[in-house]
Design a protein around this ligand. Sequence first.
Ligand code: VGL
Ligand code: ZN
Length: 242
Amino acid sequence: MTNRRDFLKTMAGGGLVLAGVAGAAGGARAQGKIKPGGTDVLLVVDVQNCFIPGGSLAVNGGDEIVPIINRIAPAFRNVVLTQDWHTPGHISFASSHAGKKPFETVQLDYGTQVLWPDHCVQGTPGSDLAPGLHVPQAQLIIRKGYRQQVDSYSAFLEADKKTHTGLAGYLKERGLKHVYLVGLATDFCVAWSALDARKLGFEATVIEDATRGIDAGGSMGKAWADMTGAGVKRVKSSDIAV
Ligand code: VGL
Ligand code: ZN
């Protein structure tokens, strides 16, 4: 088989060499490194001013991941970015609940909601992508959490766990099968996105050193346990062939 057409002919002819499909189209491993391929996508979650030091919901070390993402992103042909994108007075803000402080919780019709400082309000400087992020080949920006009454940590499903953002449909239409996740925060938007990716039939791998967590009330340990249990893989940026 010398080219893609022959390869597809072979597939049409007998559906042989399934392993070859994964090797040729999906991420191949060369010298023990992951070489992202045509069915892999890098999902850059919420690398926004609000979440980096100086922002209103700053994640410790959030700025440290920016050069790591910039270094590995060129290895991916397919890149999608997300932005947390809340209305003013969003239901996830402590300031919207009388007597409540950030990091306390409330019960909403879709479950327990952690309350946050005001952050990522649509169109404000805090909602901008971090200025040092350089991923010009990104093909789609998914904005989420834009309905006043519903949060959305996940890039795939809102907090009601039913309403789709459209990302799964987009990835499926483009034949993208394996989501590599980086960004903020490990234990909220990255973890929920990785778990939903699995639930919706994708492979999912978190590039651990290209994420940082909030770790509110044991959330980091729980997030990794949940992700491992769901078959989310965990690698380092040095595992990616760039
Ligand atoms: C996030 C808390 C609130 C995140 C977003 O990006 O992980 N965390 N909104
Ligand atoms: Zn948010």
